[in-house]
Design a protein around this ligand. Structure first.
Ligand code: BYC
Length: 314
């Protein structure tokens, strides 16, 4: 049998890929990459994009009921940023050879995941502040290291996203500061909301390291730079002084400073809840996907018109 050009070149290409990773440099769309590297990135970037799009819903719930014009303008801007983040991320995924249409189909048919956190309801206006503080805070912890991800288009998208996420976190914290300095009812609303969001925020970092099938390989490829547990610890350590400044209690009786480790010890999230939520039976999974599906169907005429316009002008 004669070796094809492809067979001869493959070991060289793989060596070039590995040398690029070893030198901590970037892989770009036209570079050769192993199939599993491509698959892992498509999986993670698609999930990330879907999370941004589904993540518009919990807070979007409050746009029409924000208590002032100022709060409404801030919230509108934040939710629009999330749509933008979804777009940057779908565009990054498209450089790997998938298209957005196909990814959207996978989202609305529930064959690709999105973050567990967006399957919880937002019954209280304090949730807008707590999502900004804790959920966007956790997102920043997780996403800042992704700015150094080995895949160029993803890393570059993350730089912009992280800048905007910092604004999101500040707006949440500023809202909470106003509420904790308000009436006793407002203070109680903040505490009640923190009680609901603390544990789901810790779950955003994914399963414990021993139960995370993807971490090791993703770290070897410089896609992930830290393990799930490392980032969860960093988030807890960051949140404790912020909770103190707000005068709220984090709902974990095991949370305390450990001087030996120079870090906080904390309790174990309820992993059975996490598993149920990512399997589709969280409190708002059905509602979130139904809403997304409806929005997609209602937007069909816009996509058709845009397509017809593009064809006319091509
Ligand atoms: N929720 O081996 P593991 C945002 C899945 S957007 C659902 O540790 P990996 C924001 C995981 O996918 C927030 N699924 O996986 C937006 C895997 O399943 P598959 C989203 C989860 O990939 C709007 C399995 O469990 N952020 O912040 O190495 C408003 C085993 O896990 C979750 C990102 O997407 C979860 N929480 O690590 C406000 C960041 N955790 O795919 C805020 C980018 C795990 O094998 N993603 N799973 O079926 C990542 O950094 C990583 O993908 C993760 C998981 C750390 C999340």
């Amino acid at each position: 049998m004669t070796a094809t050009h492809h067979d001869v070149r493959e070991p060289d290409l793989e060596a070039v890929f590995q040398a690029t990773i070893d030198a901590d440099q970037r892989i770009e769309p036209r570079d050769w990459m192993p199939d599993d590297y491509r698959r892992t990135l498509i999986r993670q970037i698609a999930q990330h994009a879907h999370s941004e799009i589904i993540g518009m819903q919990p807070e979007g719930n409050w746009i029409t009921r924000a208590p002032s014009l100022r709060r409404k303008a801030i919230l509108l801007a934040k939710v629009q940023d999330e749509a933008g983040h979804g777009m940057y991320l779908y565009a990054a995924a498209e450089t790997l050879g998938v298209d957005r249409e196909e990814l959207t189909e996978k989202l609305i048919s529930a064959t690709q995941k999105y973050s567990s956190i967006f399957n919880y309801p937002t019954p209280s206006y304090a949730d807008v502040g707590v999502i900004g503080w804790l959920v966007d805070g956790a997102a920043i912890c997780n996403q800042v290291p992704l700015c150094r991800c080995s895949y160029g288009p993803y890393a570059r998208a993350m730089v912009r996203i992280c800048k905007e996420e910092s604004f999101h976190q500040r707006q949440g914290y500023e809202l909470l500061l106003a509420m904790v300095n308000g009436t006793p009812e407002q203070q109680a609303m903040v505490q009640e909301s923190v009680d609901r969001w603390w544990w789901p925020s810790l779950m955003m970092f994914g399963p414990a390291d021993g139960d995370s099938p993807n971490t090791q390989q993703s770290m070897a490829w410089n896609i992930k730079r830290h393990t799930n547990d490392e980032l969860r610890q960093r988030f807890v350590d960051m949140s404790v002084p912020q909770a103190e400044a707000l005068g709220v209690t984090l709902p974990d009786p095991d949370l305390r400073w450990n001087p030996e480790r120079q870090a906080h010890d904390f309790g174990e999230p309820d992993w059975s809840e996490f598993t149920a939520v990512i399997a589709g039976s969280g409190p708002a999974n059905t509602q979130r996907l139904a809403h997304r599906r409806r929005a997609h169907e209602n937007g069909a005429w816009v996509r058709e018109a845009a397509q017809a316009y593009a064809e006319k002008h091509s």
